[in-house]
Design a protein around this ligand. Structure first.
Ligand SMILES: *Cc1c(COP(=O)(O)O)cnc(C)c1O
Length: 467
């Protein structure tokens, strides 16, 4: 028989779609995923087999292999794409893992806002249309000492709105040392271009003096802008003017001094155990030092949902509120209620109710005893060397990356599996576990573990390492 005839004979053994959809093992998946998705997946598997038979003389249709590969693909398709992971990497504000976790009180508000009608844009006293921003304005002003405030979708949006509304067709002066790219493709020069403002760079990467700003100011200048260095820091021989000097210069020339504060601290750095030299100052301090306008993220150090905050002088904010782009960047009701609830926790001083702050503030002895307990439970159960160790954690999220937080963890060394391989197995679980690694050990950082995570970790490590 020719190769072609042989392949034809093998191809005829492949069942048609109607036959496959009649198999017992597929019935539950028809219910779970719906006929359209099941057909799509089965079709892919059938084409793969046809392709294989046509290209590989040794390939044959095997009902068992076909069933196993379909079941695997169907199970894979039934998992939510966006799902919970366990952060055992010790990076508190991990942009790739969703930045801040939301406080339970805020989650409650968000669920309520999502499930019921609300006074989102309805003034209950007047019985007429209200402002969605009104729900957070006073709280945010009280916490930052600002005259006026508003929120938009995120900080990138806040910066775009401010530049578009205030600096379109005019010049904005920025120090070269602050023109950085922030994870997630936020680049000031690009945002500036989009807004129609003209970027004027002054100084050098490591040194910018007040006179550099002063020389660059002309009748087309609308703004001096300061940008938080975020996940980037130039070390050593550096210099840049104090905020107070920049503010005085801007006001003397009748232009705006705006700061993109990036992370957005609502409390002093010491309150969340940041060292005094961290360079992080609160939004309140930025305003006290003379900024007319400050923008910041809601889901970094602030520990709330994703928003962009804008605080500052009343007449400036009122311009922003009226600018049409504000409508395109407005926050949704669920986020708004979560942000309000988070601000209320700040007002009440309940910082440990805010997961990001609680994790940043965790004490050494608390983390050490957690690591010891986890190591104890793991040692009896898994087939590997387990020990408690000191680790370096990080705030992350473009906030104080150079500030390492000292923490505790559990190091695990398998007799034959390398750390990279174990990490890969852990990433592929239904609830993926992301860990640190050091040479041939994986490291579970306890700082970022949430309630219930340990149980899953123990169970999954048993499966992965004892197999
Ligand atoms: C993170 C960051 C941004 C972007 O904020 P998003 O809330 O992610 O849009 C902008 N500027 C600075 C300085 C940042 O650190």
């Amino acid at each position: 028989m020719s190769d072609k005839a042989q392949a034809g004979q093998k191809l005829r053994k492949i069942p048609g779609m109607d036959i496959v959809l009649g198999y017992d093992w597929i019935q539950e998946w028809l219910e779970e995923l719906g006929k359209m998705r099941v057909k799509h997946i089965v079709n892919q598997k059938l084409s793969e087999i046809r392709e294989k038979i046509l290209t590989d003389d040794n390939a044959e249709f095997s009902p068992d292999t076909f069933r196993a590969s379909c079941l695997h693909a169907l199970a894979f398709a039934s998992r939510p794409n966006l799902r919970r992971v366990i952060n055992a990497a010790g990076v508190v504000i991990h942009t790739n893992l969703g930045r801040s976790l939301i406080a339970p009180d805020a989650v409650k508000s968000m669920t309520e806002a999502a499930s019921y009608y609300s006074n989102l844009e309805y003034d209950l006293t007047q019985g007429s249309r209200g402002q969605r921003n009104s729900h957070i304005e006073d709280l945010l002003c009280t916490l930052t000492g600002a005259e006026s405030s508003m929120i938009v979708n995120n900080n990138a949006g806040a910066v775009l709105l401010a530049l578009s509304a205030l600096a379109k067709d005019s010049e904005v002066i920025v120090s070269r040392g602050e023109l950085v790219e922030i994870g997630g493709s936020f680049r000031i020069p690009d945002i500036m271009e989009l807004s129609g403002a003209k970027l004027i760079e002054v100084g050098t990467t490591n040194r910018t003096h007040l006179r550099d700003y002063e020389r660059a100011i002309n009748e087309n200048t609308s703004m001096l802008m300061k940008i938080h260095p975020s996940n980037f820091r130039i070390e050593g021989f550096t210099c840049s003017p104090e905020r107070k000097e920049l503010a005085a210069l801007a006001h003397d020339k009748n232009i705006i001094f705006m700061e993109d504060a990036g992370s957005g601290l609502l409390v002093d750095g010491e309150m969340i155990h940041l060292p005094a030299n961290s360079g992080e100052i609160s939004i309140k301090s930025c305003l006290e030092r003379g900024a007319d306008l400050v923008t910041f993220s809601g889901d970094k150090m602030l520990g709330g949902p994703q928003i962009g905050g804008i605080v500052g002088r009343r007449e400036i904010i009122s311009k922003l509120k009226k600018y049409p782009l504000a409508r395109a960047l407005r926050v949704d009701k669920v986020t708004l209620s979560g942000f309000e609830a988070t601000l209320r926790l700040y007002s009440q001083g309940m910082l440990d109710e805010i997961p990001t702050l609680r994790m940043l503030r965790r004490s050494d002895c608390d983390m050490k005893s957690q690591a010891e307990k986890l190591a104890g439970e793991l040692s009896g159960k898994i087939n590997a060397e387990v020990r408690v160790c000191e680790v370096e954690d990080a705030a992350g999220g473009g906030s104080c990356p150079e500030i390492k937080l000292s923490g505790w963890g559990v190091a695990i060394r398998h007799k034959t599996f390398g750390a990279g391989y174990v990490q890969k197995l852990l990433r592929e679980l239904d609830t993926p576990v992301l860990t640190g690694a050091r040479e041939d050990e994986i490291i579970l950082h306890v700082r970022t573990l949430q309630e219930g995570d340990e149980e899953i970790i123990i169970h999954e490590l048993e499966g992965v390492l004892n197999a």
